[in-house]
Design a protein around this ligand. Structure first.
Ligand SMILES: [Zn+2]
Length: 160
């Protein structure tokens, strides 16, 4: 399976994503990415983003997703857009830390090895981190052949 080399985010989807992050909040937040792969399988494009769900639990250092909500959202979107796939997830660090924590690394590994999704080295996570009041940095990560975490570029662009 090809390794993801680039994560693209549709510009409109990026606006939604930033709208889900409250820069004044001290807490983490997050959600999932749905979208498509290009023909080479090395670039994924995020076409739909969710929040963590109404029963999520957030704190300054953790976000626990509402799994039922995420499954429901995914089913709802895929019923309309059957060519979309589950790509991975995102979360927000309410500080400057762009690197994945040990929990994040463990999360990416389990995403990559999930028996249902079979994402392998196509599993991605994106960490949004806060730099200044309104400056949000996005850092993408995937799994290398040696099972370590590697950073992949995230590009926001207008996708027709
Ligand atoms: Zn994190």
């Amino acid at each position: 399976m090809q390794k993801i080399r680039k994560i693209c985010i549709d510009e409109d989807v990026n606006k939604e994503l930033l709208g889900l992050v409250s820069v004044n909040s001290m807490n983490e937040t997050g959600g999932i990415f749905l979208g498509v792969y290009d023909n080479s399988g090395t670039c994924c494009t995020v076409k739909h983003v969710t929040g963590p769900g109404p029963r999520s639990v957030v704190s300054p250092s953790h976000v626990f997703f509402d799994a039922d909500y995420l499954q429901m959202e995914q089913d709802r979107v895929l019923a309309k857009k059957p060519h979309y796939k589950f790509l991975g997830d995102w979360h927000y660090h309410p500080n400057k830390r762009k690197k994945p924590s040990q929990t994040d690394v463990a999360g990416l590994w389990s995403l990559s090895n999930d028996a249902d999704y079979k994402l392998g080295r196509q599993a991605v996570i994106v960490i949004l981190s806060k730099h200044w009041v309104k400056k949000i940095k996005m850092s993408g990560y995937t799994i290398s052949r040696k099972n370590s975490i590697v950073e992949v570029p995230v590009e926001v662009k207008v996708i027709k």
